[in-house]
Design a protein around this ligand. Structure first.
Ligand SMILES: NC(=O)c1ccc[n+]([C@@H]2O[C@H](COP(=O)([O-])OP(=O)(O)OC[C@H]3O[C@@H](n4cnc5c(N)ncnc54)[C@H](O)[C@@H]3O)[C@@H](O)[C@H]2O)c1
Length: 347
């Protein structure tokens, strides 16, 4: 049987464990998997583009488990009452190919993306970072805000979105949170001024310039989330030129990240190298660092592992018959007829 986790199950898991503890555990799972990077069979995701968005499949596997995520990105969806990003995913046993878990991944993508941002920011941002600008206040933004508050010690958030209703929503969710000050800003430049970390998490299928080189200050860390598709970027090329740039999986980020604007010779460092000590993270207080995040399949593999473990611990989820349970594995037809070898005459 295959375990099934719905959006309600995932909400119950997070409610039981608490969001800060769940995010902290997600970072642990991500780090554990990124540290054994060479164990994984990796490829860039397979994308089907249309004029309004993209639908992607994201597979990865090691010797024992295989996972994939189905995810879309449709920036105009919110006008139709649908999220920009929707996802589900599967874990399967490499030994038999049997799918062991089918889970919602829309909520989970937001949490794994925020946890990945924290995993990157730990070695790349200044340890004394306390102020974060958050540009783009849509579906992902609360998760980024809370992950950086609870796990990185950010106590001031400077918010900007072209749609003031998005900032209203984010302000309402953050209101009254002890030790966290959220300030609405009138422009990107105002939000970014004096920030230690800048998170860009906007959605627009265009080469946007959310951040330009003149907005950079010594020691900033840029957590660039929304530039994640060909023709969809947030950081001006000048930002990348002035920074040391870190990526998840270089072949995918060259196609999809803000990095798509740069020549093939532009140097980047993969995050796993920093996490294993093979490469340096931040080297001095004045350095400008960029995490050019696009979202990589291994993050969903880690997230699915975490969901499975939490569901088992809490006794949540259901077992579903996604694959026929057969007394004789070669009698597939018998499953259709309930074991009776009766073929209906086709009229
Ligand atoms: N890197 C990753 O792993 C990863 C994971 C999930 C989502 N994403 C990306 O993150 C982005 C945000 O996703 P979401 O689910 O929050 O989308 P959303 O549509 O819910 O929110 C996006 C927000 O960006 C705002 N925006 C658009 N253009 C802007 C601009 N020029 N300046 C300021 N704000 C602007 C919109 O008004 C909206 O409120 C998307 O581009 C998505 O593809 C990346």
């Amino acid at each position: 049987m295959t375990a099934l986790l719905t959006t309600q199950d995932v909400s119950r898991i997070v409610a039981s464990i608490g969001l800060p503890a769940f995010l902290a555990r997600m970072v642990d799972y991500l780090e554990a998997d990124f540290r054994r990077w060479p164990d994984f069979d990796k490829c860039a995701r397979v994308a089907a583009h249309s004029e309004v968005g993209v639908i992607e499949l994201m597979p990865v596997s090691d010797a024992s488990e295989y996972s994939f995520k189905y995810v879309n990105g449709h920036p105009k969806n919110t006008r139709r009452g649908l999220p920009t990003v929707m996802a589900f995913g599967v874990l399967a046993d490499v030994e038999t190919g049997e799918p062991t878990l089918l889970s919602e991944l829309t909520l989970t993508t937001a949490m794994r993306t925020a946890a990945t941002s924290v995993m990157a920011a730990r070695p790349l941002a200044r340890a004394d970072a306390r102020v974060m600008a958050l540009i783009g206040n849509g579906a992902q933004s609360e998760f980024q805000a809370l992950a950086f508050h609870h796990l990185m010690g950010i106590d001031e958030l400077r918010l900007f979105d072209v749609d003031p209703r998005a900032t209203d929503k984010l302000m309402a969710h953050l209101a009254g949170m002890p030790g966290l000050r959220a300030i609405r800003c009138a422009s990107i430049a105002e939000a970014v001024r004096g920030a230690d970390i800048v998170t860009t998490v906007t959605a627009d299928k265009t080469n946007a310039t959310i951040l330009t080189a003149d907005m950079l200050e010594p020691g900033m860390h840029i957590n660039g989330i929304g530039g994640d598709c060909p023709g969809k970027t947030e950081l001006a090329a000048g930002v990348l030129e002035r920074a040391r740039v870190f990526v998840e999986y270089e072949p995918q980020t060259r196609i999809e990240g803000d990095l798509q604007q740069m020549p093939a010779s532009f140097a980047v460092t993969e995050l796993w190298q920093v996490l294993t000590g093979a490469a340096e993270g931040r080297t001095c207080a004045d350095e400008i660092t960029v995490f050019d995040s696009v979202g990589f399949a291994l993050e969903d593999y880690s997230a699915l592992r975490l969901l499975r473990d939490c569901a088992r611990e809490l006794g949540l989820g259901a077992e579903v018959g996604l694959i026929p349970q057969l007394a004789d594995p070669r009698d597939l037809y018998g499953h259709l007829t309930g074991g009776r070898a009766v073929a209906r005459k086709v009229a």
